[in-house]
Design a protein around this ligand. Sequence first.
Ligand code: GRF
Length: 188
Amino acid sequence: MKSLAILASGSGSNAENIIRYFSHSEFIKVAVVLSNNAGAGVHNRAKVLGIPSLTFSREEFAAGDVILETLKAYQVDFVVLAGFLSKVADGLIEAFPRKIVNIHPALLPRYGGKGMYGMHVHRAVLAAGDRESGITIHYIDEHYDEGPVIYQATCPVLPDDSPESLCERVHELEHKWYPKVIEDLLTD
Ligand code: GRF
């Protein structure tokens, strides 16, 4: 059995979707959710699904040692970022080589980097007049949004899209693909 940790800062719809997807798996389970935000929606979603969720400060995530100890305590094999807005410590990246993945709500390398998160991304895609957006699932390295791409899927940008309607379409793609891609990576 492989154990996942999910790191999330916000609403946690991807976290919930991944927990549900693997809840009957014989091979993969979500062991714990870690957050840098005690008020994040992800805690309630995890609670309802019976998964422990813990909060650590930004500083603890940046330093990494307490996080590493926690991941060891839960015997975590693989780390999934799902709307996680804090930096991942270099020590964590070294301890989990090619075992930390992130999802970005656009087609990297466009619309990545500092400040490009949440609605900022969808607003930028609309402002550029792009006809297509999508998702990028990638490994984490020490640079924001620059780790090797694992998988991309696209969706159209419609003429009357608002950032919210585009966000919703992108979220559907995230929910469809993120668990499957994680499963593939862990069962290869
Ligand atoms: C997603 O759009 C993801 O791509 C980005 O943060 C958002 C998290 O959404 N990294 P949710 O909290 O899972 O609903």
